[in-house]
Design a protein around this ligand. Structure first.
Ligand code: FES
Length: 266
């Protein structure tokens, strides 16, 4: 018989996003689940791995329900103490709290500025023309959203792969991101594969070379040309997109670049 869900009193949401995994979230998750099993709390608790919770600076993060308690820097030891505190005393582990319901303040030692994207720089672009360029984010939660938006928008332009082969951007028909690491862009008659999944810094395989680590957004001066360049860890171009569509550029500014605009800088 499966778990009797009516007995579950506390749910621990353990972040499994890239930053949290880098901060040993998987080990923490294994150790704390072992504690739950051995302490006889399997029936009255539940654990759920989540994707990134947006607080990577405090990795690894947990959320505990009921109560909407957020925890920071959770290692195996604090994880066990968090579980004990909620299960035995129905109280949060105050010293490790990042946020709790009703609070107006996030309690972090690592708070980052809201402007996580640097301002556009005015410089010579790879095309040789002058223009403005900045670096966006390259985690899969940004890139997958970007490719979905591109596919839905039917943007006119050119996609170029890493060996220089080109496809009309509007011929992108479907996207498949079911693999752990790679996303398939299915153009009419062709499929291109890009690596956007989380690859550990210590991974020594070819993945490291293919993984998109830098996503650069640019717009040329005195032309309507805009584009996105995807690069790997050592600065090699993995792919690029060139387009003129203002609507798609606006999306890039708003969503991918957190609202940063060239007009504010010019
Ligand atoms: S990866 Fe865990 S909060 Fe971002």
């Amino acid at each position: 018989m499966g778990k009797n869900l009516a007995k579950v009193k506390h749910t621990f949401y353990t972040c499994d996003g890239g930053s949290c995994r880098k901060a040993r979230a998987e080990q923490t998750s294994r150790d704390t689940r072992a504690y739950i099993r051995n302490s006889g709390n399997w029936e009255n608790t539940h654990t759920i791995k989540t994707r990134c919770n947006g607080r990577c600076e405090d990795a690894p993060t947990w959320i505990v329900q009921p109560g909407n308690y957020w925890y920071k820097n959770v290692n195996s030891k604090t994880g066990v103490n968090i579980i004990k505190s909620h299960v035995k005393n129905n109280q949060p582990l105050v010293d490790s709290l990042l946020f709790e319901e009703g609070s107006t303040k996030v309690c972090s030692e690592n708070e980052r500025s809201n402007s996580f994207i640097k301002p556009f720089e005015h410089k010579e672009l790879p095309s040789g023309n002058k223009g403005w360029i900045t670096k966006g984010l390259s985690s899969d939660q940004y890139l997958y959203a970007l490719f979905i938006k591109w596919c839905d928008s039917q943007v006119e332009g050119i996609f170029t792969n890493r060996i220089g082969e080109k496809h009309p951007m509007s011929s992108l028909k479907t996207i498949d991101y079911t693999d752990e690491f790679t996303i398939e862009l299915n153009f009419e008659g062709n499929t291109e594969t890009l690596l956007i999944g989380a690859v550990g810094a210590n991974d020594k395989t070819e993945k490291q070379r293919l993984k998109i680590r830098g996503t650069f957004y640019y717009t040329e001066e005195n032309t309507e040309n805009k584009g996105i360049i995807f690069k790997n860890k050592i600065g090699e171009k993995v792919a690029s997109m060139e387009f003129k569509c203002d609507r798609f550029w606006k999306y890039c500014e708003e969503i991918q670049l957190g609202g940063i605009r060239i007009t504010e800088l010019a």
